[in-house]
Design a protein around this ligand. Structure first.
Ligand code: HEC
Ligand code: HEC
Length: 321
C-alpha cells in the first residue's frame, strides 16, 4: 500500500520522490506516545521547505482585535489622511467616500440598514474601528495590498472615520486611542448563540474520527473530466498574455470586481470589441471610466510595459470565446 501511494505522489513530484522517501533524518516522526514531532529543521515528509523564522511569522501576524491588541506602534492625523486618501483611494472610493461606479462606498448610509437596499458602510454597518485599520493595512489600495506603513494606515483610518462624521478634523490616531473610538452599529452585533458555532474541543471519549466523513454536493464537471493527455496539451502551450493576466488582471476580471467585464463573458467582450481591439488595448493601458465602472491605467500596475498589457488583453479577448 505505501509503495503504491508513493508511486502516485512521485507522478506529481518528479525528481523529489526518491531521495525524500529514503531521508529518515528529516520530517515527521511518530513517538511512542503517538504525538508527531518535527525532526531537523525541514518540515514534512518530502525533505523540502523550512521552518518559518520569527521575523517571517511577524510579517504575517498583523491582525488587530477590537480592544486594540495587535496594533502596530504609530500615529497619523486626519489631515495627513486626507492627502493620502486623495492620492491613493479617491480614484475608486470617491473624494467623500461615496464610491465611484461599483467600487464600495466607505461613508454614508446611516439609518439605511432596515431599508430594502441598505447601504452598508464603515459608518453605517461596521462594528469596530480595529476592523477598519486591519482591512486597510492588509488589503488596500486594492492593487497594492500591504504597501502602506503603520503611520499611513493610522492617518487613512482617521480620515475614513472623519468622512463618516465620527471624529473631529484635529484627531491624531495612534495605537492607544484607536480602540476607544466606537462605531455606531457595534450594538447591533451580538455573539452567535447557536450551539454548533461555539463547540468546545473534545479531549476525551470523543467520536471515532474514522466515522466522520466530509460530504460535498458540489459537482464539478469540465476541466477535471478531460482526459489527462488533453490537460497536458492545454497546459504546455500557455497564451503569452496568460501570466500577466493571472498575476495582475484576474483579481478584478475573474469575478467582475467594480464592474470589470469577466474573462468568460462572451457577450460583454463582443460589445466592447465593436470599437476594435486597438481601442480595448488603449483603454487598458490608459485606463477608462464609464457607467460600468473604473478601469485604472494598466489595472493599477503602472510598471507593466504596454506590450505586457496588450498581450493580456489579447488573452482576455481570445479567452472569452
Ligand atoms: C483600484 C480600486 C481601489 C483603490 C485604489 C482602493 N480600493 Fe478600497 N476597495 C476596492 C474594492 C474593489 C473593494 C472591495 C473588495 C472586496 O469586497 O473584496 C474595496 C474595499 C475597501 C474597504 C472595505 C469596504 C467595505 O465596506 O467592505 C475599505 C475600508 C477600503 N477599500 C479602503 C481603501 C483605502 C483606505 C484605500 C486607499 C489606501 C483604498 N481602499 C484604495 C477598490 C479600491
Ligand atoms: C482594479 C480592478 C481592475 C484591474 C486590476 C484590471 N481591470 Fe480591466 N477593467 C476594470 C473595470 C471596472 C473595467 C470596466 C471599465 C468600464 O467599462 O468603464 C475594466 C475594463 C477593461 C477592458 C475593457 C476596455 C474597453 O475598452 O471596454 C480591458 C481590455 C481591460 N479592462 C483589461 C485589463 C488588463 C489587461 C488588466 C491587467 C493588466 C486589467 N484590465 C486589470 C477593472 C480592472
Amino acid at each position: 500500500m505505501f509503495k503504491f501511494l508513493s508511486a502516485i505522489l512521485c507522478l506529481g513530484l518528479v525528481g523529489a520522490c526518491a531521495p525524500a522517501a529514503q531521508d529518515k533524518t528529516v520530517g515527521l516522526e511518530s513517538t511512542p506516545d503517538s504525538k508527531l514531532t518535527y525532526v531537523g529543521n525541514r518540515v514534512g515528509h518530502f525533505g523540502f521547505g523550512q521552518d518559518a523564522t520569527q521575523v517571517q511569522i511577524a510579517a504575517w501576524d498583523i491582525d488587530v482585535r477590537p480592544d486594540g491588541q495587535g496594533l502596530p506602534v504609530g500615529r497619523g492625523s486626519v489631515e495627513d489622511g486626507e492627502f493620502l486618501y486623495e492620492q491613493q483611494c479617491a480614484e475608486c472610493h470617491g473624494s467623500f467616500g461615496e464610491g465611484v461606479g461599483r467600487y464600495p462606498a466607505l461613508a454614508g448610509g446611516e439609518g439605511s440598514l432596515s431599508d430594502a437596499r441598505p447601504s452598508k458602510t464603515v459608518g453605517s454597518y461596521w462594528p469596530y474601528t480595529s476592523t477598519l485599520f486591519d482591512y486597510i493595512y492588509r488589503a488596500m489600495p486594492f492593487t497594492q495590498p500591504v504597501s502602506l506603513s503603520a503611520d499611513e494606515t493610522y492617518a487613512l483610518t482617521a480620515y475614513v472615520l472623519y468622512l463618516n462624521d465620527l471624529v473631529d478634523d484635529d484627531l491624531v490616531l495612534d495605537q492607544d486611542n484607536l480602540a476607544s473610538i466606537r462605531l455606531p452599529n457595534e450594538v447591533n452585533f451580538a455573539p452567535d448563540p447557536r450551539p454548533d458555532v461555539a463547540n468546545t474541543r473534545c479531549m476525551q471519549n470523543c467520536r471515532d474520527p474514522s466515522l466522520i466523513r466530509i460530504v460535498s454536493e458540489v459537482v464539478s464537471d469540465a476541466p477535471t473530466t478531460l482526459p489527462v493527455t488533453e490537460r497536458v496539451a492545454v497546459q504546455s502551450q500557455p497564451h503569452p498574455g496568460a501570466a500577466t493576466y493571472d498575476q495582475f488582471c484576474s483579481i478584478c476580471h475573474n469575478v467582475g470586481v467594480g464592474g470589470a467585464p469577466q474573462l468568460d463573458d462572451a457577450v460583454a467582450w463582443d460589445q466592447r470589441l465593436s470599437n476594435g481591439v486597438d481601442m480595448l488595448v488603449s483603454n487598458a493601458i490608459n485606463g477608462m471610466t464609464s457607467v460600468n465602472g473604473v478601469m485604472p491605467p494598466k489595472g493599477g500596475f503602472i510598471h507593466l510595459s504596454d506590450e505586457q498589457v496588450k498581450s493580456a488583453v489579447l488573452y482576455m479577448v481570445e479567452g472569452s470565446f
